[in-house]
Design a protein around this ligand. Sequence first.
Ligand code: CTP
Ligand code: MN
Ligand code: MN
Length: 486
Amino acid sequence: MIPLKRRKVVPSAAGNTGSEETLPNKFPQVVLFLLERKMGASRRDFLSQLAGKKGFQVEELFSEQVTHVISENNSGDEVTSWLESEAAGRGRVSAHLLDVSWFTESMRAGHPVQILERHQLQQIKEVEVSPFSAPSYACQRRTGLENHNTALTDALSLLAESAELRGEDGRGVAFRRAAAVLKALPEPVTDAAQLAGLPCLGGHSLRVIKDVLENGASAEVRATERSERFKALKVLTGIFGVGVKTAERWIREGIHSLQQLQESGRELNRAQRAGLQHYEDLNQPVTRPQADTVAAIVEEAVASVLPGAQVTMIGGFRRGKPTGHDVDFLITHAEEGREVGLMPKVVSRLESQGFLLYQKTTRNSYLEAEDGPARPSSNMDRFERCFSVFKLPDEAGAGGPNPWRAVRVDLVVSPIGQFAFALLGWTGSKLFERELRRWAGHEKSMSLSSHALFDNAQSRYLKASSEEEIFAHLGLEYIPPSERNA
Ligand code: CTP
Ligand code: MN
Ligand code: MN
């Protein structure tokens, strides 16, 4: 028999138990794992919750940290062979293999009772566990475009989308974080046991992952895809200018499809009319060559109204994505102040050339509303943004029936003093940005926006003229755009 190894035990905040509230871990030397085999999922959930309430740490997945494996109606051999198949990989682990009687007696006592012979299925078992590890913020990880776990991340992303379409943003972010962790793994996951110790994988995400690994697909994902409500929300919010609130109202009024919307005679605003009119084009991915054609048009327009102004392609294309849902540009001028009033001039130039099917220029209320304390008050008003739909000539003559297609284009103008922040803030991915701001706030007591970085401890703004400097201010290793595809 191999002696039980001494091990460091991380307090239960480590996250594998999901978001359910539990008491702080009262018994740090004890980490429980309940075997579902023969016990059943609902009894296992019930017992896990009970243990959590009593202050025990319960792991959702078997891992190196587990000290006590609890099973019901299993022989020692059965548990051993289960552990061996479940925990295939590298690393070593040893744990007590115990009957549920030890568990129920401990729950009754309110503390782990002494292990007696009648509790033991087998003394100690050494098995192997997996090697994956990842830091918990996406902005601490490198995430290229290569994804070795698309079946898993597609499933989680679809559930994230569905949660967002239901207005459950917290749940949506949890699924997005879980997907992002899997995207960053260097190899395909073949067994859920390999995920032990990874951050951001809550109980719900793990259930989905196990379902996909064991059955090739997630039942919840299938049910969601088949749901009439999800399908209708997707179609309707797929119209440029239509958000979740509007789509929900229409669905309540019996409108589930584009045809029903058209027949209903609903009043549409200008954006929605353009969105409906160009629905097919705008739901067709924009290719890199098409993005380059847009860039040439924008650069020409900008140069003609403000020589020397600089145009940078941002968003997904800057991260190296081969396609996008739109094309994003950031415009600035090396001389602070010269960029003021630029957007309307660029827009009228593009309009006169016949490139705009739709445009709306705003003074960036999104950023004013969202960015909280890091608002450099006087510079704010200068930030201008234009949402537009371009009429893009089909230069390559791709052979299709249409001489042009509609493309969504976003333009942002920033003063040079905020350029690095704007560049970082608009390159994405959305999750990467969210995680940067969360890191800044939670770990550094700083507020990051697309305009500035404010250090709350020093009560001052930290200047930066490059993205590298901003990462350095934040105490983060520099991650280049191509590795921000979280
Ligand atoms: N963004 C923003 N405010 C918005 C919309 C977007 O700050 N109202 C930022 C996002 O955080 C992201 C960047 O602009 O960093 C690009 O957004 P978007 O074009 O929606 O996404 P992409 O990453 O470019 O993906 P896609 O290729 O699908 O366009
Ligand atoms: Mn984009
Ligand atoms: Mn965009």
